[in-house]
Design a protein around this ligand. Structure first.
Ligand code: CA
Ligand code: CA
Length: 448
């Protein structure tokens, strides 16, 4: 079985051989091998290994590995991060080392910003908004419009300008080990670009100060928020590895209710939408979150794309969407799902396959409290597939699809139109709970 450090050194060795060959052309083969064995490529220039999920297909995913010295940045503040990211039109390979925790809700001088700072001057106030769109007077048939909605949108756009970080193509954003590296309160946005690596970052507290009321969403209306901690929109070749995602310190159970509905300030943790494709999500930890991972934002998001591999992640204290998969060929293997309620996050389901999604779920391990209904680990709309084998529930081989289908009218299909081949590290689920406890999330990688 390949441990993470073993796979890292393999990856490093391959890269070293290439660079050594370029630099020291003419050196003998013995020298190259010696150099290759002498040390590893540093964390920041590592690339996705061959066959490691969908992001390894085609040209693979190298991020900013070939960045020249002028494009290697170390950042510790929001302003430094913005500067290092530059413009999305500048596709020169770049490496951004995140040292410590960057608070997205700070101004250019590092001063803490509150929701009131964003709404100042817009005329928005929550109490005025609640008065304006109260279903008792405004009704439930149309979206809010008028003065207070305009003011809300203006305040929201001020927050967005501050907390959304746009990542250009050919970029690696990597946390510096030992520094609690991460982004709090922000959204890393990978939109319509190719070849991006995001590693070793702790994402927390991505919150929308200005949720929008939508009385037409569902039977009773919903409060909707705008930001995911990491969002992929039309992005290709993305490797998200060894990151942590959590709502902490504000958990959903502390959300108030307005118009009888939860005032939800969170959106996704890691959403993969709008024709994104060729993505590998590996060795992350997802905890304390409701709508965790959306693959495809509507039933018509895109055809022939949304191909995602999700492996060796830990999902704990997750309500739903782990992931919600639409349309694409999605491989979910060697994950650990702990469906014990945590900090008020009570699981609805783990994996949802809809809009003809072609999901292969194999060798995953579910930890389930005694008495829990196994039919509730999956979900679907009657058109999605879930194939696969080797899934364990509390250590026992279990056919989750059969359990779900026996209890549901919208049955999951059990055949898919593809066979996964990019399956690095695929192994039996038996030892995953112990193995993933110490090899996932931010703060386990070392510098080389
Ligand atoms: Ca949303
Ligand atoms: Ca989202």
């Amino acid at each position: 079985m390949a441990t993470p450090s073993h796979r890292r050194s393999l990856r490093s060795r391959r890269l070293l051989v290439v660079s050594a060959a370029v630099v020291a052309a003419g050196a003998g083969a013995a020298t190259l091998v010696m150099n290759a064995n002498a040390g590893g490529v540093d964390l920041y220039r590592q690339t996705l290994a061959a066959k490691d999920g969908w992001a390894s297909s085609g040209a693979g995913t190298t991020g900013g590995a070939t960045a020249d010295i002028a494009h290697v940045f170390t950042v510790s503040t929001r302003a430094q991060l913005v500067k290092a990211l530059g413009s999305v039109s500048d596709t020169a390979p770049r490496i951004i080392k995140v040292k410590g925790t960057i608070d997205a809700n700070t101004d250019d001088s590092g001063r803490k910003l509150t929701c009131a700072d964003y709404s100042a001057g817009t005329g928005y106030s929550l109490s005025a908004y609640l008065k304006a769109y109260d279903p008792a007077s405004y009704g439930t048939s149309k979206l809010p419009s008028g003065t207070q909605e305009k003011a809300r949108a203006a305040a929201q756009s001020k927050q967005a300008k501050n907390i959304v970080f746009k990542v250009p193509a050919n970029t690696s954003v990597v946390g510096v080990p030992g520094t609690k590296a991460g982004i709090t309160g922000g959204m890393l946005q990978v939109q319509n670009v190719d070849n991006v690596i995001v590693r070793n970052l702790a994402f927390s507290a991505t919150e929308d100060c200005f949720p929008q009321w939508d009385p037409t969403d569902g039977d009773d209306g919903n409060w909707n928020s705008d930001y995911d901690s990491l969002t992929l929109r039309g992005a290709t070749h993305v490797w998200a590895d060894h990151n942590s995602f959590t709502d902490a310190a504000h958990f959903d159970r502390a959300n108030p209710k307005y118009y009888g509905r939860e005032y939800q300030i969170h959106d996704g943790a890691l959403d993969i939408t709008k024709g994104s494709d060729l993505v590998t999500v590996e060795r992350n930890q997802f905890t304390n979150h409701d709508k965790t991972m959306l693959i495809g934002s509507s039933d018509t998001d895109s055809t022939g794309k949304l191909r995602v591999s999700i492996h060796h992640n830990v999902w704990k204290g997750i309500v739903q969407r782990a992931p919600l998969a639409r349309i694409g060929q999605v491989h979910i293997y060697d994950n650990v799902y702990d469906t014990t309620t945590l900090n008020g996050y009570a699981p609805l389901y783990s994996i949802n396959s809809r809009a003809r999604a072609q999901v292969v779920a194999e060798d995953n391990y579910w930890k389930v409290p005694s008495g829990a209904k196994l039919a509730r680990l999956l979900s679907g709309d009657g058109t999605g597939s879930v194939a696969g084998r080797g899934n364990l529930v509390n250590g026992t081989a279990t056919d989750l699809v059969a359990a779900y289908n026996a209890a549901s009218s919208k049955k999951l299909r059990t055949t898919v139109n593809w066979t996964p081949t990019l399956t690095a590290g695929l192994t039996s689920a038996k030892n995953l709970p112990a193995e993933l406890a110490t090899t996932t999330g931010a703060a386990v990688l070392t510098a080389s």
